[in-house]
Write a protein that binds this ligand. Structure first.
Ligand SMILES: [Zn+2]
Ligand SMILES: [Zn+2]
Ligand SMILES: [Zn+2]
Length: 461
């Protein structure tokens, strides 16, 4: 068999677009040099394997690579299609260049991120894929998955045994407000293995056997007799065993109010069988009420998600407790970014500052709950001394952040200095025996600033 050949498709756009039809012995590392790829679907398995290899990579230039499927036939495996950037029926670069440019232009905004925990690396991948594609994370029906659905990019990292982890990372994405869910389906999954491949069956309440036969109950209105249908059989007719009258019209002189079950294993007769959910995957017999109820959603990137896709998860920020009137650090970041954008568009200058309460861990621990009270008192002081238009946040349990829109840095500098002196006086009388310091910092928000740099300056002691 001939080895893989990548044909460069000629174009006037100064883009390297490769066409691949033979996948044998292809080294995916060489693909990172391309701006986009078109994969021939004639060798379906080869095409799908290559797509999966690229999308499951942790290298940005591979998992974000614009990849199209070339096929005249419209019958494309839905999973392959969901991993691609579209299906084309021509090898003209004109047909894909718009999408390639769009993805590439978004890709240049992405900051380099140090990879940390596996969960964060996977979440980063998902957020970046959605951001560069301007698309939602949409589940595709997949009978090979134990949950019956496949999430592009994400599912590549979770085998059938790790599905609880997949749900965990998605729930986390909702909780941290990176992703906004929209309902797609509701699943009932095995409590042991998260499989949705389940047989629901009626069982005998006495012996648990599923070997049951059902029969109609008949209620004869005329004499009020109720009994199983076989008691009424008389040749081709139904005759009441109690009053011997012939039954004529259902709904008029008799009715079938319910069915009864006969257990062929123990001969027990009953009306309420026990429902059991047998898992084909791990063979556990689940009581139905023990099944895991899971919603399947499609997901949209939120502004916070977009921000995180571009700049990463940043340094570890601790938010042990919240202060009234102070917004979360994530929201603060969005405001700061917005102010940088506004400075670009309006040319106006705004300023941001921080006040860090520095105290040794030992002293802080010695204060116990008093520390939290102290942080609250300083927060109140800051709230009263600032404008209502100022935006306040509190991070790392010791850093007060402030954005002052349309305000000169000198004004904020003076303000923070005043606060520092007043709080210092207040603390001196209250905190005898503790050593502490308050450090004010001010930065100018102007069009040439990067918001991550600004944050780093503000929160670094
Ligand atoms: Zn009767
Ligand atoms: Zn039985
Ligand atoms: Zn199971």
């Amino acid at each position: 068999m001939a080895g893989a050949i990548i044909t460069k498709l000629p174009n006037n756009y100064n883009r390297e677009v490769g066409y691949i039809s033979h996948y044998h012995e292809l080294d995916i590392r060489q693909l990172a040099l391309y701006d986009g790829l078109i994969l021939d679907y004639t060798d379906q398995q080869g095409c799908v394997n290559l797509l999966r290899q690229c999308r499951s990579s942790f290298i940005g230039t591979l998992y974000l690579l614009p990849i199209f499927i070339y096929s005249i036939d419209k019958n494309i495996d839905p999973i392959a299609e969901s991993l691609s950037d579209g299906v084309v029926s021509s090898l003209q670069v004109e047909g894909v260049i718009g999408k390639i440019d769009k993805i590439r232009n978004k890709q240049v905004n992405l900051a380099a991120i140090d990879s940390v925990s596996p969960d964060i690396r996977i979440m980063t991948k998902v957020l970046r894929f959605l951001y560069t594609r301007e698309t939602r994370l949409t589940p595709v029906v997949n009978p090979n998955s134990n949950i019956g659905y496949f999430y592009p990019i994400l599912s590549e990292h979770y085998k059938n045994g790790d599905l609880s982890e997949l749900f965990k990372i998605l729930d986390d994405g909702i909780q941290k407000e990176y992703l906004r869910p929209r309902f797609v389906d509701r699943l009932h999954l095995c409590s042991n293995c998260y499989s949705g491949f389940i047989n629901f069956r009626e069982t005998c309440p006495k012996c648990n056997s599923a070997d049951l036969v059902t029969e109609n109950l008949i209620h004869h209105f005329v004499c009020a007799y109720v009994g199983p249908e076989h008691d009424f059989h008389s040749g081709d007719y139904l005759v009441c065993p109690k009053c011997n009258r012939m039954l004529r019209h259902i709904g008029v002189d008799y009715d079938k109010p319910s069915i009864i079950y006969n257990c062929r294993n123990c001969s027990h007769i009953f009306q309420e069988p026990v429902m059991e959910a047998f898992c084909f995957n791990c063979q556990k017999k689940n009581p139905v009420e023990a099944l895991i109820d899971k919603q399947i959603y499609s997901y949209e990137l939120t502004p916070i998600g977009e921000e995180t896709a571009i700049n990463g998860f940043g340094r570890e920020i601790r938010e042990e407790f919240e202060l009234p009137g102070f917004i979360t650090f994530t929201t603060f970041n969005i405001f700061l970014k917005y102010e940088v954008e506004r400075a670009k568009n309006s040319g106006r200058i705004s300023s941001a500052g921080s006040l860090i309460l520095s105290m040794s861990d030992e002293d802080r621990n010695r204060m116990g709950p008093g520390y939290r009270k102290l942080a609250g008192e300083i927060a109140d002081f800051i709230k009263n001394a600032t404008f209502s238009t100022d935006i306040l946040s509190f991070v790392n349990n010791n850093t007060y952040l402030i954005i002052s829109p349309d305000s000169e840095p000198t004004r904020l500098q003076n303000l923070l200095e005043n606060i520092r002196q007043s709080v210092h006086k207040l603390l001196l009388s209250n905190l005898v025996g503790y050593s502490f310091n308050l450090v004010p910092k001010v930065v100018t928000i102007s069009s040439d600033k990067n918001h991550s740099d600004l944050i780093n300056q503000l929160i670094t002691p």
